[in-house]
Design a protein. Structure first.
Length: 96
């Protein structure tokens, strides 16, 4: 009996060590796409809410100097996309 309970204990120990990676998932997500907004180091992968956007549309908000890559479609992280959306909404259509 004593042997059996000991074996059990060992098993639970090794499984808890294995589950280490699932904790703190907000800490470091390993993505493949970086956000193209200058100074922003977030991931722009689809899995974390990233978006693709035409360069020209993004320059409306950040300007050409605010975007780190000049490509037809840049990648935006979720917070940057939200910023863009907010800016576009708050922008008056006609200012005259
Ligand atoms: Zn960003």
């Amino acid at each position: 009996m004593g042997f059996k309970s000991r074996a059990r204990k060992r098993r639970s120990e090794s499984s808890s060590a294995k589950g280490k990676g699932s904790e703190g998932k907000d800490e470091e997500y390993e993505g493949t796409l970086r956000c193209d907004i200058k100074g922003c180091e977030n991931w722009a992968d689809k899995g974390v809410g990233g978006r693709k956007m035409a360069y020209d549309r993004a320059t409306d908000v950040w300007g050409t100097s605010g975007i780190s890559r000049k490509v037809r479609k840049i990648s935006l992280c979720k917070p940057c996309y939200r910023t863009w959306k907010k800016e576009k909404k708050g922008e008056p259509k006609e200012w005259e």
